[in-house]
Each structure stands twice: as structure tokens, then as C-alpha cells.
Design a protein around this ligand. Sequence first.
Ligand code: BJW
Ligand code: ZN
Length: 245
Amino acid sequence: MEIPSELIEQLKTAKSVIFFSGAGISAESGIPTFRGKDGIWNKLRPEELANFDAFMRNPQLVWEWYNYRKSIVHQSKPNAGHLAIVEMEKYFVNVIVITQNVDNLHRRAGSKTIYELHGNIERNFCIKCKKRYDGELDFKDGIPKCKCGGLIRPDVVWFGEFLPADQFQLSEKAARNCDMFFIVGTSAIVYPAASLVHVAKSNGAFLVEVNIEETEASSLADVSLFGESGKVLPQIIELLKLIKS
Ligand code: BJW
Ligand code: ZN
């Protein structure tokens, strides 16, 4: 892939770089995306699974879905895209990952600073007393329950729920202060996460999109690199090796 010269110039001087990631970065690890050609929401309806009312209506169904996804996550490994982002830390003073993903793959890859906007599928909590449950859960009656009697749910952000305030505030601050903002493998349609693209843009960051197709963010991006993130990001590393040596 031809890398535009304006991107090369930015890579030479940027100090603070953000990678804002979505489900597409994990697609090459075998984790399905939500939307698009192979998206899970072509078959399942998000409103039946990814909101609190759905959980209260049928916690067993929602847990089946999360346990299925957890099993996929556990079988998967970080791919070349996640690993390239870790390697970026060699070339820039400050690298921050802001992810909408709940799959933990950036952490398993070794990225140092990660803000998780939509929670983490490895964590759970009791809806009544808020106690955290991070290990194996007891599914004796199909639904895990807390000692207090409350239902335990996955610690992910469903539609209509607030994002973890600390993670969002840190992300907004980072987006205001970065030189480059990479938008990787996200449809950029879910808010308020997608608002970070606008925050970065309006504060003068250079926006680079990496995706296999056009998205809501394409018209804002200074450069769009169309291709799989597991191929495009390692190519940027190769370029950095040349320009920073
Ligand atoms: C590749 C690739 C490769 C593939 N390489 N690229 C109108 C109606 C109703 C609601 C709203 C509305 N307007 C706004 C809202 C609010 C709503 C929202 O944004 N809805 C929109 C969908 C319209 N937002 C919320 O509800 C949020 N909360 C909120 O607003 O709180 C305030 C509030 C409080 C109280 C009352 C009212 C308001 C919360 C949003 C939570 C989102 N949660 C989910 C589920 C997480 C848990 C779980 O995983 O189960 O988060 S939804 C789902 O979407 C998940 C993702 O993180 C998120 C974003 O998806 P993402 O990552 O972009 O994936 P895809 O599949 O969309 O895209 C993949 C991309 O990868 C594609 O572009 C591909 O091309 C690309 N790709 N392979 C590179 N190899
Ligand atoms: Zn409890």
C-alpha cells in the first residue's frame, strides 16, 4: 500500500499518538464484529441482548451469549495489528489505546496505557451490591448470583448505559492533547465513544483511519488507509523503522 507523504511527515514529528480501536481490529483474531458483512448483529438483535432490560427479561439468554463470546475470546490471540500498536511505543513519546472492545486483546498484546470505554468481558459485577467478580462464576442455576442474592452481570456497557466516567474523561483529555489520532476498525457510529474522533479533530490532531471500508469517520479523516489493520499497521511500523533510524 502506498503511504501518503503527508502521513509520513506527521509520523516524523508526532509525539503523542492515540489508537482508537473497535471490533475490526480483533476480526483477524477470529472475533466477529458487530456490524458489516460478517457482523453478529446481522443474525442477532442488539436490543434483545445488549441492554439492561433484556438482561432482566432473560438473564439466562444474555449469559449464554456472553459465555459463547467469552469462549471465542479465550481461544483467540492478539494479532499483528494489536502487536504493531505495542511496537509504536518504541517510536513515539506517548502512545494511548482507547478501545471500544471488551476482549482484552490490547492488554494481552502488551499495550501499556489502555482506556476501555465499553468495559471488559473478563469482569463481572453484582447488580445489587456492585461487588466485583473477576474469576470463574458459578452457573449452578444457569445464572450466576451474588452472596447478597443479586444477579451477577458482565461488566460491559450496554445501550442506554453511561460509559465508565474515568475512562471516558481520560480518553477525552487524551484526544484533546494528541498529535495523531488513528481510528482503527470501528464503524464509528456508537456514541459517545465516536465523539472522540470529533474532539481530536477539533483540537488539531491529524486523523488516520484504518479500515477495510468507508465509515462515518472517513469524511473527517486526513488520511484513510483501506485494508486489514493486521496488515496496514505493521506496514506503518516498517515505515517508522526507516524514518526514525
Ligand atoms: C476492519 C476489519 C479489519 C472489519 N481491519 N477494519 C438513537 C437511538 C438509540 C440510541 C441512540 C441513538 N443515538 C445515540 C444513541 C445512544 C447509543 C448509540 O450510540 N447508538 C447508536 C448505535 C445509534 N449509545 C449508547 O447507548 C451509549 N450510552 C449512552 O449514550 O449513554 C448516555 C445515556 C444514558 C442513559 C440514557 C440515555 C443515554 C452506550 C453504548 C454502548 C455500546 N455497547 C456495545 C456492546 C458492548 C458490550 C458487548 O460487547 O457485548 O459496544 S454496542 C457495540 O458497538 C459494542 C462496540 O464497542 C460498539 C462499537 O462497534 P465497533 O467496535 O465500531 O464495531 P462494528 O462492528 O460496528 O464495526 C467494525 C468495523 O471494523 C467496521 O467498520 C468494519 O469495516 C471494520 N473491519 N474487519 C480493519 N480486518
Ligand atoms: Zn451482591
